[in-house]
Design a binder for this molecule. Structure first.
Ligand SMILES: [Zn+2]
Length: 397
């Protein structure tokens, strides 16, 4: 139904309401989620009493067919923030993510890390309680500490199920263990992830709209390639040598890890990781089937963007933007290497959106992804993901 689109009239209604008491709740959202007048009053009180954040609450289902916002509360909040400006933290509802509550901050605001996770975990069936809890957590600044006290199987309850599914598909021994380690590895970097601003700022709605379309395309590409790898493995057979069998196991493990990542609403950085894993897995599969002599090693790819094709050469990168960047020797594809040697930054460096700007992936803490340059600096990417997982389990005692 076209009623699913958030119209210009609704936008201006939202903006007026946010300017007055900071809370706008769509009537049909209130009905679906049992938000009473008393609940709304409690949310308004929480917003009014917030000490550390400039809170704005917008509760509405953003439909995935909505042309402007494409199912994403991040897009809606970016739009509202572009109009209103200033420092603000928007709390809303993301239909396609887990947990559903979404907290987006712009400007000088408290850390929102783990806030939605904790609120959702403590009040799984009550949106109003979740929103009130968000305000307390932002003021207390203890969301992350609370979140890491939650047992890991409650934090990521889908892990075990997906492991079984993937292992059934590929029939690989050791796949379940590999999956658990990979997933735990991702948990580690999510925890450490921090914004390190750099680069320039686009109007955030433009940025978010462009990126939403790009993310969607990337996700489709990853789904397609991982599916194709699964089919190739399912219909193929390794050569008889020990090296071929080993390469085949690598193909299975890479496939399982990629599939595990895509089994959830994965962040763009994870989707890129899944693509890299799938391409490596396919390289291992081909090596195993062709019976190439010698142990399989993952091919080297461009450090600036792991999705760049072609042979690489080593270049020395000095960062350019900041004085404290160390010089590093990195593999680069032909185009990126030419740029670096000409003293320029390559045009197509992999970057991700953080708040209202884009940041080169290697300036973010994306755990094993950024540390290994998606495997370009450390060829055994799967090993790095497993090690991160083992470290996490070790420190959790
Ligand atoms: Zn490149």
């Amino acid at each position: 139904m076209s009623a699913e689109q958030i119209s210009d009239d609704t936008i201006s209604e939202i903006e007026q309401q946010l300017a007055s008491d900071g809370v706008w709740i769509d009537p049909s959202f209130a009905r679906t989620h049992d938000i009473s007048a008393a609940d709304e009053a409690a949310i308004e009180e929480a917003v009014a009493s917030a000490q550390s954040a400039d809170l704005k609450v917008v509760l509405v289902e953003v439909d995935s067919d909505d042309e402007r916002f494409q199912g994403s509360f991040a897009n809606l909040s970016a739009w509202l923030h572009d109009d209103a400006g200033g420092d603000a933290t928007y709390v809303g509802w993301n239909r396609w993510s887990e947990p559903h509550l979404s907290v987006q901050s712009f400007g000088d605001q408290p850390d929102t890390m783990s806030v939605a996770n904790v609120a959702n975990h403590e009040h799984p069936d009550d949106v109003a309680d979740q929103v009130v809890r968000v305000q307390e957590l932002l003021d207390d600044g203890n969301a992350e500490a609370i979140w890491w006290e939650v047992p890991s199987d409650e934090r990521y309850s889908w892990t075990a199920d997906e492991g079984i599914q993937a292992s059934e598909v590929v029939g690989g021994i050791g796949v379940v263990a590999a999956l658990a380690a990979v997933v735990a590895g991702l948990v580690v970097w999510r925890r450490r992830r921090r914004l390190r601003p750099s680069g320039f700022t686009l109007p955030s709605t433009v940025l978010h709209t462009i990126r939403a379309a790009e993310d969607k395309r990337l996700r489709q590409q990853a789904d397609t390639e991982v599916l194709a790898l699964g089919e190739a493995i399912g219909s193929g057979e390794p050569g008889g040598s020990a090296a071929a069998l080993e390469a085949w196991q690598q193909a299975l493990d890479h496939y399982a890890a990629a599939r595990s990542i895509l089994s959830q609403e994965a962040a763009p950085a994870d989707v890129v990781g899944a693509l890299v894993l799938a391409r490596r897995g396919d390289d291992a599969r081909a090596a195993a089937q062709e019976g190439t002599p010698g142990a399989w090693r993952a091919p080297v790819h461009c450090w600036f963007n792991p999705l760049h094709d072609g042979p690489t050469r080593e270049v020395t990168w000095r960062g350019g933007e900041r004085d404290d960047d160390r010089a590093v020797d990195v593999p680069a594809c032909a185009a990126c290497a030419d740029a670096v040697r000409a003293g320029r930054e390559p045009d197509d460096v992999l970057d991700f959106i953080e708040g209202d700007r884009t940041v080169h992936y290697f300036r973010l803490d994306l755990g094993p992804w950024s540390r290994t340059g998606y495997g370009s600096l450390e060829r055994d990417l799967l090993g790095a993901l497993r090690a991160a997982g083992a470290g996490r389990r070790g420190s959790a005692g």
